[in-house]
Write a protein that binds this ligand. Structure first.
Ligand code: AHR
Length: 607
């Protein structure tokens, strides 16, 4: 029997559930939600070769550190053009993008690039072409290239025709056929190509991925990681001051936690605008003096890192009259961003030196002194100060996630509140299968039931490119053209979109294998039931404490599939999707039958 007390809510559902967590892993940012299509646009990804760049025609390519664009992009791509016209009469370079450049019909692409040559030449043609170079899908020209880099990049619009095929393996080329260019040298830097972006932001985000995130109605975005904020070493941390300003003045850094170059084009301001576009709030993770390979900072040496965090908070929230608020305004966003939560580091339980207590205290004291209203999140337990929340991470086998639905039921209600800042039932690659989704649903039901304790939660990781799946199980996956969501995405969507604002006390008797949560807003009662077993279950439901009755007509949303291993893929994205239907027979006492391997949310109307 599932007995629900509809008249006496246990507590409010936390108003800051659910959220999202993002770090650049599995090409989540570069080649992922950050819409840049050129890989290694800044030529900074390798010190020895211009990776992802190839010669077109008889050009020869090299990295040229003697010809920097500026101090950040301290090199350029040197293109020595052939001295005599050969077949095809054009020469230059091509970029292969992130496993190909995606192209679609009737679409405008924005190219930006810096170019200069050993003598004035032109025109320079920028084109999106088929992989074999036989088809030109879109092109535009820079009429003349001078002998010095311009102050700003050349900007071109490349528009594909209505008959352009959809292709994922195109190339971006930059070439010239000017006879005057024979034997001359061309230098290129910051060669960029953007498709249309979400909200048309010039340095923006991929529309299909943003649409999927916005549909989850997240209350916050935890960023920039994860291990990405720490780096393997202090030098490769997310150094936010290198991630603001014109993108061609950002040096980028090695994302050595996950093995690829980050241009930091997705920098602090872009994260904040992403949050703004989702109508969510930021959960800002600041670097806290510890990197993954064990480097850590203590004592006076911590000072500059604490100051960096204070400056970062000022960049986010400060008025335009403040130093860093003025920088934000100069970067294009005069309005301060709202900020309530700051996380100090990431998974500092890995710091075997035990320095976190000291580091947390240093950040806590400085931040609270200047910004007493901010809520500070610790990443492991500390005794030096009392954090406002503690971030706990759980990567579990599906069966463990299912069993952990009761983890917070008997928690000391007076202890520090929890932010489950990373969690996932892990099974399936690159996205979870149904079994994992059931584990996730059971776990999330427990978090919602206990959201007087667990104020915030976010699944992790969020994204994987299908061609760079270094972390097995992720919520959403994609190639350069299309994306799909996992059954776990749908389970979370169901539980958090069909959710009241109060949690109702519920007791389940003799219903093994089921996880439940009941919530209510006004006259809507939501009953979520997760059946992790392979048999259908008949659930007698009793609603107590009703002012009057229940409408017979209700709505049932069900996610289910034929086996635990069933999943969605890039080619079969719709194998598992929730189905909503009208059901009758709801009453103060009624019976609901939930299918095997299913998540069900019943929406009942109280009279
Ligand atoms: O989400 C993947 C990684 O798992 C995160 O970077 C880290 O915080 C955790 O160990």
């Amino acid at each position: 029997l599932l007995s629900v007390d509809a008249g006496n809510p246990a507590h409010a559902v936390s108003p800051i559930l659910p959220g999202l967590m993002f770090e650049d892993i599995n090409h989540s940012g570069e080649g992922g939600i950050y819409a840049e299509l050129v890989q290694n646009r800044s030529m900074m990804a390798s010190d020895t070769t211009p990776v992802h760049w190839s010669a077109v025609g008889a050009a020869t390519l090299a990295l040229d550190t003697a010809t920097p664009l500026n101090t950040a992009l301290n090199r350029s791509l040197k293109v020595v053009l052939p001295s005599s016209a050969g077949a095809g009469n054009r020469a230059g370079v091509s970029n292969d993008g992130f496993w190909g450049i995606p192209v679609r019909p009737g679409t405008s692409y924005t190219a930006r690039l810096f170019a200069k040559a050993s003598r004035r030449i032109g025109p320079l043609t920028v084109a999106i072409e088929s992989a074999d170079g036989r088809a030109v899908y879109a092109s535009a020209h820079v009429p003349h290239i001078g002998t010095a880099f311009p102050g700003r990049p050349f900007e071109l619009t490349l528009r594909t025709g209505s008959r352009t095929p959809v292709a994922g393996d195109a190339r971006l080329t930059v070439t010239t056929a000017d006879p005057a260019a024979l034997g001359e040298t061309l230098w290129l830097q910051h060669v960029s190509l953007f498709p249309p972006t979400y909200n048309n932001r010039p340095n923006g985000l991929r529309i299909d991925l943003m649409d999927k995130l916005v549909a989850l109605k997240p209350k916050f975005l935890r960023f920039p990681g994860g291990n990405f904020v720490e780096g393997n070493t202090i030098a490769t941390r997310f150094n936010w001051k290198n991630t603001i300003g014109p993108v061609w003045e950002r040096p980028g850094h090695m994302d050595d936690a996950w093995g690829y170059w980050s241009t930091d084009g997705l920098g602090l301001l872009e994260y904040l605008e992403w949050v703004e576009d989702m109508h969510a709030q930021p959960v800002l993770a600041v670097y806290a003096g510890y990197s993954l390979k064990g480097e850590h900072v203590t004592g006076d040496a911590l000072g500059p890192f604490v100051q960096d965090a204070l400056d970062e908070i000022e960049y986010v929230t400060g008025p335009v009259t403040s130093t860093w608020g003025a920088r934000r305004a100069a970067d294009g966003h005069p309005e301060p961003f709202p900020l309530e939560f700051v996380e100090i580091g990431n998974e500092d339980w890995f710091d075997s030196s035990g320095s976190y207590d000291e580091r947390f205290a240093a950040f806590y004291d400085a931040i609270k002194a200047k910004y007493p209203h901010l809520k500070l999140i610790a990443t492991t337990s500390v005794t030096s100060r009392t954090p406002d929340l503690i971030d706990e991470h759980y990567y579990l086998a599906p069966s463990a996630a299912q069993a952990s639905t009761h983890k917070y039921d008997n928690r000391d209600r007076n202890s520090t509140k929890v932010f489950v800042g990373e969690w996932a039932a892990q099974e399936g690659r690159p996205t979870p299968d149904l079994n994992a989704a059931l584990g996730d649903a059971a776990w999330l039901a427990g978090l919602i039931r206990n959201s007087d304790q667990v104020l915030m939660e976010c699944y992790a990781p969020l994204f994987s490119h299908v061609r760079n799946n270094v972390w097995a199980t992720n919520l959403i996956a994609y190639d350069n053209l299309t994306s799909y969501v996992s059954p776990s995405y749908w389970a979370q969507h169901m539980l958090t979109s069909r959710l009241g604002n109060t949690v109702l006390p519920a007791t389940a008797r003799a219903l093994p294998g089921l996880a439940t949560v009941a919530t209510r807003s006004g006259n809507r009662l939501y009953l979520a039931v997760v059946n992790c077993g392979t048999e259908k279950v008949t659930v007698p439901v009793e609603l107590k404490g009703l002012a009057k009755g229940v409408k017979r007509q209700a709505t049932a949303t069900v996610l289910t599939g034929p086996s635990r291993a069933t999943t969605n893929t890039l080619t079969e994205p719709g194998t598992l999707v929730p189905r909503t239907s009208s059901v009758t027979g709801a009453a103060a006492s009624f019976t609901s039958t939930v299918p095997p391997l299913s998540v069900t949310v019943l929406e009942l109307v109280l009279t």
